[in-house]
Design a protein around this ligand. Structure first.
Ligand code: KIV
Length: 257
């Protein structure tokens, strides 16, 4: 097993894992200084491309953004989301995972669990490609947003999924919008680290969509804390530029050849 992956697994019960998403060079460069894991999430569909959900994301999009991010990471583990419908059969999943690894040189891929694809995860891992799992609210398979794992039945179902994903060989597991007690039980039951998004402090690490937590995307559900307001900062800059152009204050001699 690769050293970087082993380090993530060994971080369980230690300092929480710091994880964020990136889709481009400038973000990757900054995040690399502070994050254990940088995810090229298929959330780029909504956050970057303005699509209504993640369902139309293509392998080519993930590869293009994956290359840009991975080239600018030295320290952080680079994980790339496999788009919906790119891992429907074992054969297709292995072919597409191989393509993502070959083109981007990423460290791992992430797959959302649909309650059936454990063999697919197992076979990708068997071929030497590390897999991060994802359960709870999985945007590729859920249409309407709803927190997960509130009822006893849901709790059992999620715990069962988490154990099967670990058995299949995943090195970590994202819990999205999972009830805090369910997250606690899952985290305690697994040897691999859990990474929460809206899943409480009971996880081994945390992840958010960077564009959301920096106030860029305009998407602020309950589980997103805004740590900055980049929209405002960008607007201030753009307004200053407009004023300077209209008043013929830009470009000055300094910016002219
Ligand atoms: O696509 C994404 O960014 C994700 C995270 C929200 C975990 O899957």
């Amino acid at each position: 097993m690769k050293k970087k992956i082993l380090k993530i697994i060994q971080s369980k019960n230690n300092v929480p894992l710091v994880c964020l998403t990136a889709y481009s060079k400038p973000f990757a460069k900054i995040l690399d200084k502070y994050c254990d894991i940088v995810l090229v999430g298929d959330s780029l569909a909504t956050a970057m491309y303005g699509m209504k959900n993640t369902h139309e994301v293509t392998i080519e999009m993930m590869i293009q953004h994956g290359i840009s991010v991975k080239q600018n990471l030295n320290k952080a583990l680079c994980v790339i989301d496999m788009p919906k419908d790119s891992y429907k059969t074992t054969k297709q999943a292995i072919k597409n995972a191989r393509l993502i690894f070959k083109k981007t040189k990423c460290d791992a891929v992430k797959l959302e669990c649909n309650g059936k694809n454990y063999e697919i995860i197992k076979n990708i891992v068997k071929k030497g490609m590390p897999v991060m799992g994802h359960i709870g609210f999985t945007p590729q398979y859920h249409k309407k947003f709803k927190p997960q794992g509130d009822s006893i039945n849901e709790k059992k179902k999620l715990l069962d999924q988490a154990k099967k994903i670990q058995e299949a060989g995943s090195f970590s597991l994202v819990l999205e919008c999972v009830n805090k007690n369910t997250a606690k039980i899952i985290t305690k039951s697994l040897k691999i680290p859990t990474i929460g998004i809206g899943a409480s402090l009971n996880c081994d690490g945390q992840i958010l969509v960077t564009d959301d937590m920096l106030g860029l995307s305009g998407f602020y559900p309950k589980f997103v804390k805004k740590f900055a307001n980049l929209n405002n900062i960008i607007e201030i800059g753009v307004k200053k530029y407009k004023k300077a152009v209209i008043n013929k204050k830009h470009p000055t001699k300094k910016n002219t050849f």
